[in-house]
Design a protein around this ligand. Sequence first.
Ligand code: UDP
Length: 312
Amino acid sequence: MKTSIITGGAGFLGSHLADRLLGEGHRVIAIDNLITGNPRNIEHLSGEAHFDFVEQDVTEEIRIPGSVDHVYHMASPASPIDYLQIPIQTLKVGALGTHNALGLAKLKGAVMLLASTSEVYGDPLVHPQTEDYWGNVNPVGPRGCYDEAKRFAEAIAMAYHRHHGVQTRIVRIFNTYGPRMRLDDGRVVPAFIGQALEGRDLTVFGDGSQTRSFCYVADLIDGIFRLSQSDEVMPVNIGNPDEMTILQFAEQILKRMPCESEIVHKPLPEDDPKVRRPDISRARDLLDWQPEVSFDEGITQTIEFFREDREK
Ligand code: UDP
């Protein structure tokens, strides 16, 4: 039986990855300090024989007895609101946490998969974003703590690969949505759904012409799993190339959630990327992966989740 460690295992993506790996017959050890993760995301796994949870900050040394086959380093605050509130932890988990995850993988001879991000491209000057684009990041802006931590994480992963021969994998995750996002994490999907559920106005930042491309969580997790089982060392974008403006996204939410809410405009946050869409040619070629869940299907599931969650 394979053993997989998931840092950030009680988070949005980490918990979905735990479900997938358990389904693949792996033993899973989830590590999380619960700073942005939530025990409710893994509550359903508490009776699972092959699942363990360790409450720990991964910026401290990670000690796991026995053999380990894969280390998935998913731990990090990932919403602009979170990393503005906890910028030091964001930098530390990207830097020290990645160092520790690599150290564990080196010790155990495990494959280490790093959850990187489309934020490494910053406010991109190349569109759609290909993996060979080096990005346009402001290191001293409000997003710098996240973007630069992830860029450092990629650099140290490559150094461990080249210098120590650790089998590293780097996934650049584009905007992902689905059940188990935090309603108050500030990201646009839970923000608009939460506002519509409560009959509040939808807060579109700026004129709403900035674009994002939203990937449903099940597709994202499938891409991550495939990458972890492959031999590909260089970064791979995983995301859905179906691009829309934030204003269009707000209109889509209002269409599906009839309510009194209207669209209001708020100031655009500093350094908010104007466009974002993954070029997924590498994922298609190397992993035979592409998103399967339509926006309509995914957003319906997500709205349903938040509706039920609110009633609990
Ligand atoms: N956004 C918005 N209203 C909100 C929250 C976000 O218009 O209440 C915009 C934000 O300015 C950005 C996009 O939605 O252009 C996506 O923001 P999110 O925080 O989800 O993540 P990002 O892709 O910026 O990391």
